[in-house]
Design a binder for this molecule. Structure first.
Ligand code: RIB
Length: 305
């Protein structure tokens, strides 16, 4: 079973030909309200990949809460660990341009009130997986990691959005997920020179932190460095429409495959394909693929033997 301890947002999304410069106003499309949040996104991606998933998170006492939870509910994610805290649900204001690039400004709302005590000790056990991100208070995230590790669970941390994490904070983390930019930022923060490639950077991070580090590399796929191995997987070739939530899809699907007992290379192939498929449709959660679509793409693309 996978437990996600993390954020639940409503995404207010507008598209525009190009992103505005500071101080500039540009014309945009009709806005859309789409369920999002890195925690909720990863939970849904894992669920659609076939995992049993429980969400521990918080929404506000407002009209946005029901919309924020709609896809999770419809997808069959266990929402019994979602609390009502304060007035507002977290909101991400997202702008997407014609090249599928985005900017995101996040108002945390209820996410700021999530506490590690919301993860009941008997809710996670040996052999389960805890999936964490950086959109709820970090001290609570670390405390949740401690609880899960003590219970014998696998603990995966996606360092998104990037915050400078100290070495000691990784004590209860088994696996670290980053994108290429976050990998470089983390390396610099730890006093390492990032490598000239993503593979070099994750290898340095894995050696330094003595745990598996995986980086998504956009159109170049993903790379993992374990203590004794490097695994690279390609991306699927798609025409990108909106990359929002593609990284979350990778994290959720990777966790789902590892939780069901797949080896790391198999989990990464599935996660990479799923992340690519998520770029081919607008919005975060509406774009996440079902397991059948992932398997289908893996079966037909010769880049994935
Ligand atoms: O990773 C994408 C997510 O980041 C969006 O859904 C938005 O809510 C922000 O949290």
């Amino acid at each position: 079973m996978i437990t996600v301890f993390g954020s639940i947002n409503i995404d207010l999304v507008t598209t525009t030909a190009r992103l505005p410069r500071p101080g500039e106003t540009v014309p945009g499309s009709e806005y859309r309200l789409i369920p999002g949040g890195k925690g909720a996104n990863q939970a849904l991606a894992a669920r659609r990949a076939g995992a049993v998933v429980k969400m521990i998170g918080a929404v506000g006492d407002d009209d946005m809460a029901a919309t924020a939870l709609a896809e999770l509910d419809a997808g069959g994610v266990d929402l019994s660990g979602v609390q009502r805290r304060g007035k507002t649900t977290g909101m991400a204001v997202i702008t997407v341009d014609d090249h599928a690039e985005n900017t995101i400004v996040l108002s945390p709302g209820a996410n700021a009130k999530l506490a590690a005590t919301d993860l009941q000790e008997d809710a996670i056990g040996a052999g389960d997986t805890l999936l964490l991100q950086m959109e709820v208070p970090f001290a609570e995230t670390l405390a949740a990691a401690r609880t899960a590790k003590a219970a014998g669970a696998r603990v995966i941390l996606s360092i998104a959005p990037f915050l400078p994490v100290e070495r000691e904070a990784f004590a209860d983390i088994d696996m670290i997920l980053v994108n290429e930019t976050e990998a470089g930022d983390l390396a610099r923060h730890l006093g390492l020179n990032p490598g000239s490639t993503g593979a070099e950077t994750v290898a340095k991070l894995a050696r330094e932190l003595k745990r598996t580090v995986i980086a998504t590399l956009g159109a170049d796929g993903a790379v993992a460095a374990t203590l004794d191995d490097t695994i690279s997987v390609p991306a699927l070739k798609v025409v990108p429409v909106d990359t929002t939530g593609a990284g979350d899809t990778f994290c959720g699907v990777l966790a789902a495959l590892l939780d069901e007992g797949a080896d790391l290379a198999t989990a990464m192939r599935h996660a990479s394909v799923a992340g690519s498929l998520a770029c081919a449709k607008a919005g975060a959660q509406p774009s996440f693929p079902l397991r059948e679509a992932i398997e289908l793409s893996l079966g037909v693309d010769p880049a994935f033997p």
